[in-house]
Design a protein around this ligand. Structure first.
Ligand code: NAD
Length: 331
């Protein structure tokens, strides 16, 4: 059954009331992965919880930045195992499948220190089979695990308006996770069993990649036809072409001041992470024998963008520059 909770707007979930208040039946909270998404998510979770808060990131700089920004004292663990030995809820927000495997099952990983009855919430976007395998190892260790990848970008993480797509073994695990996820997002949706959150996430991101490429092409064409990009964007955004890539993250610099494109394509969703997600889409399509036309083209395009060292770590809207540069050369 699909359960939907809008944490503050719709506080009822599965017949029970969701609490976003500070108190939680869980003890200390551990957070691993304080990058572009994790930093903001952890800040909301920490400030809306009264439990002790422990963090770990491979990057000492990311830990120091978070501790400086946190409103109250935050402990830093020396390894995921140490964090797990002290936390009853652990949230991970890591880049790729290999990082999640390392943090959970590697030497000094979560599984070496995990407490019975602890809850692990993985909000990374990773391969569905890796996600299920890691969750099953957590469950075999006497704990609980859910996959809860996110949508909404860095702006959504900052504003705590993310959507969480959750895969869980039981409705009870989902409810326990939801009490924490609701502090970091607006929509918490149970998509099905373990791995179902990852499946929903890659479908969303395939569509996002296609719509970003489409927006970039439409904007580039319009500008070459002499249209002012702000005027064209305002037409699209009040017409049937409107989408998130056009009205919130428009890839043409200056059209939307808050969009990463207006800040040198910084502070957004990296092109290499989009290429990673489209790789997950391609293998899921192969495994499920699903024909993809536009999804395969988007995969090909973002692989090229991610191979450009100047673009790989920029926001994925940089595909506009890649396309505009390409058409300029061809034109
Ligand atoms: P990021 O690269 O900014 O941050 C990742 C953090 O994880 C870094 O601080 C890094 O030091 C740390 N890290 C890496 N390996 C580690 C390990 N083994 N142990 C501990 N820490 C480790 O990435 P991000 O943009 O925050 O994305 C994180 C996840 O969220 C990805 O799976 C991404 O696909 C997904 N996501 C990102 C966005 C976005 O807009 N950035 C949106 C939705 C989903």
């Amino acid at each position: 059954m699909v359960l939907l909770a809008r944490a503050r707007a719709l506080p009822a979930i599965g017949g029970r009331r969701l609490s976003t208040a500070a108190s939680s039946p869980d003890g200390a909270i551990g957070f691993i992965g304080l990058g572009q998404m994790g930093h903001h998510m952890a800040k909301h979770l920490q400030s809306k919880s009264d439990a002790p808060f422990i963090v770990y990131d491979k990057s000492a700089e990311a830990v120091a930045r978070f501790r400086a920004a946190a409103g109250r004292q935050v402990e830093a663990a020396g390894s995921p195992a140490e964090l797990a030995s002290r936390a009853s809820v652990i949230v991970t927000v890591l880049p790729e499948s290999a990082h999640v495997r390392e943090a959970y099952t590697g030497s000094g990983g979560i599984l070496e220190g995990i407490r019975r009855g602890a809850l692990c919430i993985d909000s990374s976007t990773i391969d569905t089979s890796v996600s299920i395998d890691v969750s099953q190892q957590v469950i075999a260790a006497g704990a609980q695990a859910v996959d809860a990848p996110i949508s909404g970008g860095i702006m959504g993480a900052q504003a705590a308006t993310l959507t969480f797509m959750v895969g869980s073994q039981s409705a009870g695990d989902f409810e326990r996770a939801s009490a924490h996820l609701a502090k970091m997002g607006k929509n918490v949706v149970r998509c099905g069993g373990l791995g179902a959150g990852q499946a929903a996430k890659i479908c969303n991101n395939m569509l996002l990649a296609i719509s970003m490429i489409g927006t970039a092409e439409a904007m580039n064409l319009g500008m070459r036809l002499g249209l002012d990009p702000a005027v064209l964007a305002s037409i699209i955004n009040t017409s049937s072409g409107r989408c998130w890539a056009s009205d919130t993250a428009n890839p043409v610099p200056g059209v939307i001041p808050a969009a990463p494109s207006s800040k040198g394509y910084s502070g957004g969703f990296k092109a290499r992470l989009m290429a990673k997600d489209l790789g997950l889409v391609a293998s899921a399509a192969k495994d499920s024998r699903t024909p993809l036309l536009l999804g395969a083209l988007a995969d090909n395009i973002y692989r090229h963008v991610a191979q450009d060292p100047g673009m790989a770590d920029q926001d994925f809207g940089v595909v506009y520059q890649w396309l505009a540069g390409g058409t300029a050369k061809r034109g």
